[in-house]
Design a protein around this ligand. Structure first.
Ligand code: GDP
Ligand code: MG
Length: 441
């Protein structure tokens, strides 16, 4: 288990350790107001208010420690759902250490990592996905990641799961009731009605799953594959984007045979670029393998960059599943013939910024995530197993499988959806989520 105890009063420094403008010490639990009454020279402010005053400690003679601001958030209108008091001191590690010492002596205990957030979860202030969002928000390293975490903090995932769970709950209730009346052969709802309920649940689950792919890309990198015939300058563009000569560039066609990849950051997105073998009809044997690898890379791409050059004009005319950016290279040699492509020169750097801008635009368009977008392996696994149970249940309904067996599928689906929002408090889930927190959160 997480090692958290409930019911006692915890305290910790909520700001990073060290010297600064202010430091904040946070206290949560039933003894919070008593602890402050013992050391603050003013009465506790009303809930939701703050008061400026002095901390005086007995050492054993009374001695002033610091002038502080005390904020009070009365149960249940606080982060944790308990009485919470935040003391803003001057940002000195010595003051903070002494203050904490006094609180320990008064009966408070040092909070474990993530324990404030854990209490918020226990007291129903937030669900598990929101607790994860708090940790994501603190860890976010790009603007987009902050956006995603903030959305999740709003509880959209929990609500989306709840919507699906309610559909499944109805199916389960029908199934259980019908089992009770099995002798009388009562049917509380028609098979069509049940099929409609489960289909709706399946559709919603699938929509949530597809959003996952996008949000994962945000963190792991957007796959951009350079493709086109040999010698148009794919490797040169790749090197230019990376800012170093990673791929071999040569005037003889068919130089690139393996797929190379490297990550770079454009704007606040991470892109993973792939340089591939040129696509041509009559290659040598080893090049043939390179070409099939190139084709596979294109299939897995998030964005395809198709390259032609002034001396070797012509695009493939292929239809791709993903966004395509057309690029005409070697514009230092003359004017391009096609008009719907970006003119660049890997030799002089002309137009490279335009290419980057286009890639940025595609990525930002692509990540307009909805409220219910899941973004963790944990969500994905649970959602997926819920979806599989729903599909099995639907098959069962269609094939006239006995009601008790179908009910089992609904139960499994329901527990999968509850697992995401944490309605079911599984020890191991709690450990992995709260174990990563820092103290004071
Ligand atoms: N003039 C000019 N030559 C280029 C440019 N980009 C590539 N090349 C030349 O075109 C040839 C093929 O380049 P490479 O990057 O190996 O093409 P790839 O086969 O598509 O990877 C090399 O001789 C490069 O020096 C460019 O922008 N301008
Ligand atoms: Mg090449």
């Amino acid at each position: 288990m997480t090692g958290y105890r409930e019911g006692d009063t915890i305290c910790a420094e909520a700001t990073p350790r060290g010297r600064g403008g202010i430091s904040v010490v946070r206290i949560s639990g039933p003894d919070a107001s008593r602890l402050i009454a013992e050391i603050f020279d003013k009465p506790l402010p009303e809930s939701g208010r703050f008061k400026f005053g002095r901390i005086i400690i007995s050492d054993p003679e009374p001695r002033p420690l610091d002038d502080v601001v005390v904020s009070f958030f009365g149960n249940p209108h606080s982060y944790t759902g308990e009485d919470v008091i935040e003391i803003s001191t001057h940002g000195s590690p010595v003051i903070v250490a002494e203050l904490l010492e006094v609180l320990y002596r008064g009966g408070a205990r040092s909070a474990l990592p993530g324990e404030f957030t854990f209490r918020a979860y226990l007291n129903g202030q937030i669900d598990l996905t929101q607790a994860e969002a708090v940790s994501d928000l603190i860890d976010a390293s790009s603007r987009e990641a902050v956006q995603v975490a903030l959305k999740q903090l709003g509880g959209g995932i929990g609500r989306a799961c709840e919507e699906i769970a309610m559909l499944v709950e109805r199916l389960l209730i029908y199934a259980e009731l019908e089992l009770d009346f099995v002798e009388e052969d009562v049917e509380l709802s028609s098979r069509d009605e049940k099929l409609q309920l489960v289909s709706e649940a399946i559709e919603k689950s699938e929509a949530m799953l597809s959003g996952y792919q996008k949000s994962r890309r945000l963190r792991e990198g957007i796959k951009v594959v350079l493709t086109g015939p040999p010698n148009v300058g794919k490797s040169s563009i790749y090197n230019m984007l990376l800012g170093e000569a990673r791929a071999i560039v040569h005037k003889s066609p068919g130089t690139t045979r393996d797929v190379l990849s490297a990550k770079i950051v454009i704007g606040s997105f991470v892109y993973e670029f792939y340089d591939t073998a040129g696509l041509r009809e009559t290659p040598e044997e080893i090049e043939d393998e390179g070409i099939s690898r190139a084709l596979r890379a294109v299939e897995e791409a998030d964005i395809v960059v198709e390259v032609e050059s002034v001396d070797l004009p012509g695009f493939s005319g292929k239809n791709y599943q993903m966004p395509v950016v057309k690029v005409t290279n070697k514009c230092d040699m003359g004017k391009p013939t096609s008009t719907d492509s970006i003119s660049i020169s890997a030799k002089t750097g002309l137009g490279i910024d335009k290419l980057k801008e286009r890639l940025l635009l595609i990525a930002s368009d692509d990540v307009k995530l909805t409220d219910g977008t899941i973004n963790r392996e944990r969500h994905y696994t649970a959602l997926n197993s819920g979806l599989m149970a729903l599909n099995r249940g639907r098959e069962g309904l269609r094939n006239g499988v006995p009601g008790d067996m179908i009910a089992e599928e609904w139960r499994e689906a329901l527990s999968a959806f509850d697992e995401i929002s944490g309605k079911k408090r599984l020890d191991e889930i709690l450990n992995t989520i709260f174990g990563k927190f820092c103290i004071g959160k």
